[in-house]
Design a protein around this ligand. Structure first.
Ligand code: G3I
Length: 358
């Protein structure tokens, strides 16, 4: 196992080093005229990032965001606790600000996330709602939120992370959440039907992590989605979050196979929250940035090669904004450094997109 990981990491470093040399000869890390988002959109893939209202206050951040990305995702402003802090009170100001920003800059927007086990308000957590009452709360929340942004938010992460991290019983792969305990696994179908009723034109996604390649969790997600599709439930796509680490890189062939079997179900796929952590690996920053760049490039290659992969979204614009820094201040998982300079990973995506554009 360890030998394998070291061999994989070494291989990634070699690939990444090639990228570094190419980038260096191509005149360093100055973004060229054609923004990544434009290059990606020409290949049928939206290039996006998670954003927050706080970050939008900074000029340098806003300029880079508008130039390089074509789609944005609210990092927390559209979550249950932030939109619906009290039973009869909704707070839309922050989400409205992000929707207005996207419209002003012709960015598309991913709504994230309607039903999740985290970011729930105390009134819901403490409410001990029985099954029918909780279904009523869910329906009213989804109808209110999706209805408000009907026609402005084309894609919703309707259910986030409903499958357990480890699958002890494939017949019941469910994460133990407030929704699952009170309603049962049927809460997933209910959420999608409520969202579709609120905006029949919206593309409705299931979003999760740890199921990007092939394995027990990926199989559980696939079987859940197959059942939903067989029952005519309006689920249109799958978000592969892609929170990965250079110490355990995703297998491009496995991710390709997984995306293909989801395509066979008629499902769109998007990479929705990619970041590539350095925290579990040793070596110089140069070596680690090289390995990181290779992983970003491999996953974009997988997405570009899959006709049903329509977005490549990273979970933050620069290392300064990454949620991973709460855990490790030294981590540097994204495409731009804390001074908003493009890193090797950015150059790796540019190299790939420019090569494919020729
Ligand atoms: O809610 C307050 C807001 O009122 C305040 O103005 C703002 C000031 O900075 O802070 C907000 O608080 C925190 C917010 O992050 C700041 O970004 C929330 O308390 C905190 O819970 C929130 O954490 C987010 C977390 O999801 C929970 O929503 C992280 O930023 C975000 O990166 C993380 O993202 C999740 C995805 O949604 C789902 N997949 C996993 C991913 C990582 O956990």
């Amino acid at each position: 196992m360890l030998g394998n990981a070291i061999a994989q990491l070494s291989q990634l470093i070699v690939v990444g080093a090639t990228i570094a040399v190419t980038a260096w000869f191509s005149g360093g890390f100055q973004p060229s005229d054609i923004p990544l988002g434009q290059l990606a959109r020409a290949q049928g893939v939206e290039f996006g990032t998670a954003v927050t209202t706080e970050s939008l206050q900074e000029d340098a951040y806003r300029k880079l965001l508008v130039r390089e990305f074509t789609t944005i995702v609210p990092e927390y402003e559209m979550k249950f606790a932030d939109l619906h802090p009290a039973p009869n009170r909704y707070t839309f100001a922050a989400a409205d600000e992000l929707v207005a920003f996207a419209r002003r800059h012709q960015s598309s927007l991913r709504g994230h996330a309607l039903i999740w086990h985290r970011s729930l308000p105390e009134w819901l957590l403490q409410g001990a709602f029985p099954r029918e009452a909780l279904l009523g709360v869910m329906q009213e929340h989804i109808r209110t939120v999706v209805g408000r942004y009907r026609g402005q938010v084309p894609i919703w992460d309707v259910v986030n992370e409903a499958i357990a991290d480890t699958i002890d019983n494939p017949q019941s792969p469910w994460r133990n959440t407030l929704w699952w305990r009170a309603i049962g696994p049927e809460y997933v179908e209910a959420a999608f039907r409520f969202a579709h009723a609120a905006d029949p034109a919206a593309r409705l996604f299931y979003n999760d992590y740890g199921g990007e390649g092939l394995g027990p969790k990926s199989d559980a997600i696939y079987h859940m989605l197959k059942l939903l599709r067989d029952r005519g439930v309006p689920v249109h796509g799958v978000g592969l979050q892609m929170h990965v680490d250079i110490a355990a890189p995703p297998d491009p062939d496995a991710v390709t196979a997984n995306i293909q079997r989801l395509a066979d179900l008629g499902l769109e796929v998007q990479i929705t929250e990619m970041d590539v952590s350095l925290k579990n690996s040793m070596g110089s920053f140069e070596e680690r940035f090289s390995a990181q760049a290779a992983i970003y490039q491999q996953m974009l290659q997988v997405c570009l090669n899959a006709p049903n992969c329509t977005a490549f979204v990273v979970w933050g614009l620069s290392d300064r904004q990454s949620w991973l820094r709460e855990e490790s201040a030294e981590d540097a998982p994204l495409l731009f450094d804390r001074a908003y300079r493009p890193k090797l990973a950015y150059e790796a995506l540019r190299d790939l997109l420019e090569t494919r554009s020729q």
